[in-house]
Design a protein around this ligand. Structure first.
Ligand code: HEM
Ligand code: HEM
Length: 214
């Protein structure tokens, strides 16, 4: 019997995140800023939901299962033992992603193209902050790309060692049973939170760019 380790929200979150970052990267580079803003607000809602899920979600989604001692991280890098959820080394990558993606999202809110379009918080802060946020938005994307390359390389290395992590992230289940099975919550609650936050952001900050798309 396989054991369920990823709830429906964590699985959906991951693949929506991949689509969202891809759209944001290309729309940012091409200057398609209406698409960029609408996708940015949806990703902001998704990321905030993931952070809330880190407190109230399934055991494998919780922050308490992402923070580990340096000793546990090093021993996870050395051993091939199976872990329930993210192993202590992989969890550091997850935390790094949460920080990098949050920095990218928040800096975007204070960024302007200096021509027509500005993030919704630009008007509330001095121009020197806006310049700084623009620099951060441009530099942090490169760090995020390096992290993504490292992440995909790690997944490939685990695959070469025989661990099918991608399949697990689609099905939510391990190939072998693991005990004790982690405490799981229904992802539906998280999707509910995501929809409410998306609606709030799209009808406030996102209204103009959304209408400009139609
Ligand atoms: C934009 C690109 C990507 C980003 C930002 C990203 C980010 C993340 C994050 C944040 C997690 C942790 C999930 C959570 O607990 O909430 C994760 C896990 C995972 N990602 Fe990605 N990912 C990306 C692309 C990919 C791709 C292309 C693959 C497959 C080839 C992949 C395979 C996985 C797997 C298998 C896990 C689970 C790892 C484990 O078992 O501990 N990711 N990713
Ligand atoms: C994870 C989410 C995001 C990613 C990956 C991302 C990525 C990018 C990229 C790659 C660029 C092009 C930078 C360059 O000119 O080299 C850009 C520009 C820009 N982004 Fe984002 N962005 C994100 C979120 C946001 C958000 C939430 C907002 C505001 C609501 C925003 C506002 C802007 C603006 C105004 C520009 C134009 C800057 C300029 O022309 O100099 N971004 N973004």
């Amino acid at each position: 019997m396989a054991t369920k380790v990823w709830d429906g929200f964590i699985r959906g979150f991951h693949w929506l995140l991949v689509i969202g970052i891809t759209v944001l990267y290309f729309s940012g580079e091409e200057g398609w800023l209406d698409v960029h803003f609408v996708t940015g607000y949806l990703l902001l809602a998704l990321m905030v939901t993931r952070l809330i899920w880190g407190v109230i979600g399934s055991q494998t989604a919780k922050f308490s299962s992402l923070f580990h001692s340096p000793k546990a991280i090093i021993s996870a890098l050395r051993s091939a033992a199976t872990h329930v959820g993210h192993n202590p080394a992989g969890a550091q990558m997850v935390l790094a992603f949460f920080v990098l993606i949050s920095v990218q999202l928040v800096s975007g809110l204070f960024t302007t193209d200096d021509i027509l379009v500005e993030g919704p918080l630009v008007a509330y802060v001095p121009y020197s902050w806006v310049e700084l946020a623009g620099d951060i938005h441009q530099i942090n994307i490169d760090i995020l790309l390096i992290a993504i390359a490292a992440h995909i390389s790690a997944i490939v290395i685990y695959r070469l060692k025989g661990k099918k992590l991608v399949k697990q992230l689609f099905t939510g289940k391990t190939a072998e049973p693991v005990t004790p099975a982690p405490l799981m919550r229904s992802g539906l609650l998280a999707y509910g939170i995501f929809v409410v936050l998306s609606a709030i952001l799209l009808f406030t900050w996102g209204y103009e760019p959304l209408m400009a798309l139609f």
